[in-house]
Design a binder for this molecule. Structure first.
Ligand code: F6R
Length: 654
C-alpha cells in the first residue's frame, strides 16, 4: 500500500487570501505545499520513502528519497502549479532513494507515481531493453512504456495519422522514436489520456497511477484494483489515494472505478472508461480530516479489519500459477535445500505466533514436513537437529520484534538457514534473514494485528505449496485445490464483513460477562488463541483460548452461564469432535457462539455465524468474525481500541 497525490491549479495568486488552505480554499496555487501536506496526511499508507515531481513550463523537477516525508529535502519554495507526490510502502525493491517514486523515463520528462503491483513487469522490462532503468521497482516500466507510446503517437501524427508505427520508425525530421522527446510530442498534439490508456492496457495486476509531463498543466491517472479519488475544487483540482490527502481543500469528490482513466486540469476533471468519456457522480464528504484518514471508520482497527479482502488480494497478486498448481514467491532459498529439509522451525510472538500455529498444520498436511512452532522468547536451537537441514522461519509483521530477531540470530549462529515472513521491506528481520517472504498487507496502524494475521496465514499457505511442490510431496491437483481456496479467500472474508452488524449485535448482547472462552481444534485452535488474544488486548476482559479437547481437563470447572464460549466449527477444525465439547459447555448453561460451516452443530448454538465453504481456510475466515466480536465488545466498553493500555505496536525490547 502506498499513497499518491496529484494537484493542478490555475496559477499562483499569492494576494488572494481566500484561496489559502487555512481558509479551506484550494491553496494559493503553488503545488509544492499542497503535495507535501497531502503526503503527510497519507503517511499512514506507507512511510519508507517519499517524493514529488513538479512541473513548471517545460521543466520537470523530481525530489525523492528514502525515509519519512519530513526528512524529504524539498525546496523552500517552488513556482510549479502542478505535480504529483508519493509515499511508499515497498513491495518491489528496498526502500532506497533510487526506488522512491516518482519514477521517470529516459528523457526525464515523464514522471509516474504508482500504488499497487504490476505483475508482468519482468516481461515488460525485458521488452524495454534499450531503455535505461534506474530502480528495482515494478513501477518504472510505466514511464518507459509511456515514453515509447508517446513517441509512436507523435510519429503517427506527423505521418498524417498512419497507424502501426514502432520504435524503429524514423520520423520526418530523421529522429527515431527513441530520440523523440516529450517536448517534441507537444507539437504533435498527442493526447496524453489516450497514451496512458494504451499503456495501462498492457499492465496486469493492480495499479493506481498518476502521470505528469514536462510542458503540460495536467495530471493523468488510471485505476485498477487500487483506490483513487478526484477532488474537485474552485481554482484547483486534486487526485489522491484517498480524500485524507486533500480534504482540507475540498470535500467535493469523484470516486474512480476500476478501468477508469481521468485527466485532471485546473479547469476540471474528465473521466473515461473503455475509451469513452463517462459521467461519474460528484459526492460531498462530511468527514473531518482525522476521520478521513480512517476512511470514515471510528478506529484504524475497524478500518484494517475491513481492508482484509484488498490486503489478501495483494498478498496473492502475481504469485499463483494456476496452470501448474504451483506458486512463484521469488524466493532465493535453493530448491534442493527445501526438497530435503528435515525440519521447519517457526519462531514468532503473539499474533504472529498464532499464524505460525496455523501454518504448521498446513505445512505438515500439505508438504509432509516436520514443523515446530515456538514462542520466540523461549527459543533455543536445541540438540538432535542438523542445522544444515533445518529452516527457521521468523514470522514478524514489523520485522523488528526483539524476541523474534534474537531467536532468528540464535538459529543463524547454529548454522540454520533463516526466512523472514514479514510485512516490512527493509526491516531488520528482512535484512538479516537469508531470504524474505513479504506478506504485502500494507501498513497497520492499530496496535492489535488484524489484516496482517490474515496476510501472514495467506503468505504461509503459498509457502506451503512452494515447499510441498519442491519436496514432491504435494501433487499439482491437491495444490490446485488449496490455491483455489486461496483465490476464494478475499470474497469469503467479504461475506463475513457483510455480517458485521450481526456481530455488533452479538457483542452488545454478551458484553458484560465474567470471562470468555475460545475453543476449536487443529486450525481452529490456532484461531481460538488469536480470538482470545484480540479480546484481551483491546477489551481488557479475561479471555482464554485453547484446543476444545482440553476443556474437560480443567477449564470446564470455570464454565457457567456467564462465560460465553466462542467456537470454530469448520473444515480443518475437526467440527464433529469439537461439537462434543460444545455439548459439554452447553449442558452447563454457557452461551455458545459458533462460527460454523457444520450443519449438525446448529441445534447446540445460541448464535450461529455461518462460514462459507473454503476448505482449510474456513478457520481463517471465522477469525474475521472473532476480530469483529472483539472490536465491538471493546467499543461497547469504551476502550482505547487503537492504542490499548500498556501495549506497543512494535516490541523492540526482549
Ligand atoms: C497482537 C499483536 C502482537 C504482535 C507481536 C509480534 O495483536 O499485535 O501480539 O503480533 O508483538 O509482532 P510482530 O509480528 O511485529 O513481530
Amino acid at each position: 500500500m502506498c499513497g499518491i497525490i496529484g494537484y493542478v491549479s490555475s496559477g499562483i495568486d499569492a494576494e488572494n487570501e481566500s484561496t489559502t488552505a487555512a481558509d479551506g480554499g484550494t491553496g494559493d496555487g503553488r503545488a509544492l505545499p499542497v503535495l507535501a501536506e497531502g503526503l503527510r496526511n497519507l503517511e499512514y499508507r506507507g512511510y519508507d520513502s517519499a517524493g514529488v515531481a513538479l512541473v513548471e513550463d517545460d521543466d520537470l523537477s523530481v525530489f525523492k528519497q528514502a525515509g519519512v516525508i519530513d526528512d524529504l529535502d524539498l525546496p523552500d519554495d517552488h513556482p510549479a502549479t502542478s505535480g504529483v507526490g508519493h509515499t511508499r510502502w515497498s513491495t518491489h525493491g528496498k526502500p532506497t532513494d533510487a526506488n522512491a517514486h516518482p519514477h521517470t523515463d529516459c528523457s526525464g520528462d515523464i514522471a509516474v507515481v504508482h500504488n499497487g503491483i504490476i505483475e508482468n513487469y519482468d516481461d515488460l522490462r525485458a521488452e524495454l531493453d534499450d531503455h535505461e532503468f534506474t530502480s528495482e521497482t515494478d513501477t518504472e516500466v510505466v514511464p518507459h512504456l509511456l515514453e515509447e507510446e508517446l513517441a509512436a503517437r507523435r510519429r503517427r501524427a506527423s505521418d498524417g495519422g498512419q497507424v502501426g508505427a514502432n520504435a524503429d520508425d524514423v520520423t520526418p525530421d530523421g529522429a527515431t522514436a527513441d530520440d523523440a522527446t516529450v517536448a517534441d510530442d507537444q507539437i504533435g498534439g498527442v493526447d496524453l489520456v489516450e497514451a496512458v490508456e494504451a499503456v495501462v492496457d498492457r499492465l496486469s495486476g493492480s495499479y493506481a497511477v498518476a502521470v505528469t509531463i514536462a510542458g503540460r498543466e495536467e495530471v493523468v491517472v488510471a485505476r485498477q484494483d487500487s483506490p483513487l479519488v478526484l477532488g474537485v475544487g474552485e481554482d484547483a483540482n486534486f487526485v489522491a489515494s484517498d480524500v485524507t490527502a486533500f480534504v482540507e481543500h475540498t470535500r467535493d469528490v469523484v470516486y474512480l472505478e476500476d478501468g477508469d482513466v481521468a485527466r485532471v486540469t485546473a479547469g476540471g476533471v474528465d473521466v473515461r472508461s473503455d475509451g469513452e468519456y463517462v459521467e461519474r457522480e460528484t459526492k460531498t464528504v462530511d468527514w473531518e480530516a482525522e476521520a478521513a484518514e480512517k476512511g470514515g471508520y471510528d478506529h484504524y482497527m475497524l478500518k484494517e479489519i475491513h481492508e482484509q479482502p484488498g490486503a489478501l488480494r495483494q498478498t496473492l497478486s502475481g504469485r499463483i500459477d494456476e496452470v501448474g498448481g504451483d506458486v512463484d514467491l521469488e524466493l532465493d532459498l535453493p530448491e534442493s535445500f527445501l526438497a530435503n529439509v528435515d525440519e521447519i522451525q517457526v519462531v514468532a510472538c503473539g499474533t504472529s505466533y498464532h499464524a505460525g500455529l496455523y501454518a504448521r498444520r498446513l505445512l505438515e498436511s500439505f508438504a509432509d514436513v516436520r514443523v515446530t512452532v515456538e514462542v520466540a522468547s523461549e527459543y533455543e536451537f536445541q540438540g538432535g537437529r542438523d542445522p544444515w537441514e533445518t529452516l527457521v522461519v521468523a514470522v514478524t509483521q514489523s520485522g523488528e520484534t526483539a524476541d523474534t530477531l534474537s531467536a532468528m540470530r540464535k538459529a543463524a549462529k547454529a548454522g540454520a538457514r533463516t526466512l523472514a515472513v514479514t510485512n516490512t521491506v527493509g526491516s531488520t528481520a528482512a535484512r538479516e534473514a537469508d531470504d524474505a517472504l513479504y506478506i504485502r498487507a500494507g501498513p497497520e496502524i492499530g496496535v492489535a494485528a488484524t489484516k496482517t494475521f490474515a496476510a501472514q496465514v495467506t503468505a504461509l499457505s503459498l509457502f506451503t505449496v512452494h515447499v510441498g511442490r519442491r519436496r514432491g510431496t504435494l501433487t499439482s491437483e491437491r495444490a490446485g485445490r488449496l490455491l483455489e481456496n486461496l483465490r476464494g479467500l478475499p470474497g469469503a472474508v467479504q461475506q463475513l464483513l457483510d455480517a458485521s452488524d450481526r456481530l455488533e449485535a452479538v457483542a452488545t448482547e454478551y458484553v458484560d460477562e465474567d470471562a470468555y472462552f475460545f475453543v476449536g481444534r487443529q486450525l481452529g485452535s490456532a484461531v481460538a488463541l488469536e480470538g482470545a488474544l484480540k479480546l484481551k488486548e483491546i477489551a481488557y476482559v479475561h479471555a482464554e483460548g485453547f484446543p476444545s479437547g482440553e476443556l474437560k481437563h480443567g477449564t470446564l470447572a470455570l464454565v457457567t452461564e456467564n462465560t460465553p464460549v466462542l467456537t470454530v466449527l469448520t473444515e480443518g477444525a475437526r467440527p464433529g469432535e469439537t461439537l462434543n465439547n460444545v455439548k459439554e459447555v452447553e449442558s452447563r448453561g454457557a452461551p455458545v457462539i459458533g462460527f460454523s460451516s457444520y450443519d449438525a452443530a446448529a441445534n447446540y448454538l445460541d448464535v450461529e455465524i455461518p462460514i462459507p465453504d473454503l476448505g482449510v481456510l474456513e478457520p481463517l475466515v471465522a477469525n474475521v468474525g472473532l476480530q469483529l466480536f472483539a472490536y465491538h465488545v471493546a467499543n461497547e466498553l469504551g476502550r482505547a481500541i487503537d492504542k490499548p493500555r500498556n501495549l506497543a505496536k512494535s516490541v523492540t525490547v526482549e
